[in-house]
Design a protein around this ligand. Structure first.
Ligand SMILES: Nc1ncnc2c1ncn2[C@@H]1O[C@H](COP(=O)(O)OP(=O)(O)OP(=O)(O)O)[C@@H](O)[C@H]1O
Ligand SMILES: [Mg+2]
Length: 149
């Protein structure tokens, strides 16, 4: 049983990574889609109760936002895995600019999330932590956390 928590500013590849790695196995929980924390809470609780692996596909920039999932998941016997999507603001803005329609979000949203961003830490209760980056050819590169000792 695995609870996966993404963290990273907008347009860094989180949803694309979900599609590539987790679509067949993990339920996707995304606040943009669900719209309210109330709905989100019901679904997280349902996953934990059902022992259904899930991914929290939100920007989750702060420790507090991540704690909302880590504590209940651990209590429910889940392993908690964090993926931090490493990207400069400049690169995120460029990827956002390539999006069309509603997918393109206001730039100030990216700046705002970046300002609130605190890197995840094992002390928050993660069992594993990884960096994710997109290389020049568009492949996701996943690396273990550096301060893992
Ligand atoms: N492997 C990749 N190679 C090149 N471009 C990619 C790759 N994955 C995603 N992108 C592009 O980067 C943009 C952002 O990807 P995605 O929507 O997955 O980001 P996100 O982190 O989920 O963003 P948000 O937080 O706004 O939901 C998309 O427009 C997509 O086309
Ligand atoms: Mg997304």
């Amino acid at each position: 049983m695995e609870a996966v928590i993404f963290a990273g500013i907008q347009a860094t590849g989180k949803t694309s990574f979900y599609r590539e790695r987790f679509f067949d196995t993990h339920l996707r929980i995304n606040l943009d889609m669900l719209r309210t924390r109330h709905r989100e809470e019901i679904l997280v609780r349902a996953c934990i109760e059902a022992k259904q692996p899930f991914v929290i596909d939100n920007t989750n920039p702060s420790t507090e936002e991540r704690a909302r999932y880590i504590q209940p998941a651990r209590c429910g016997g889940f392993r908690v895995i964090g993926y931090y999507f490493r990207s400069s603001v400049k690169e995120a803005l460029a990827r956002n600019a390539q999006r069309t329609g509603k997918a393109r979000i206001p730039e100030k949203g990216i700046f705002g999330t970046h300002k609130r961003l605190r890197l995840p830490d094992f002390e928050e209760g993660f069992d594993d932590l990884y960096y994710v980056q997109v290389d020049e050819s568009g492949r996701f590169i996943v690396e273990g956390w550096l301060n893992e000792f």
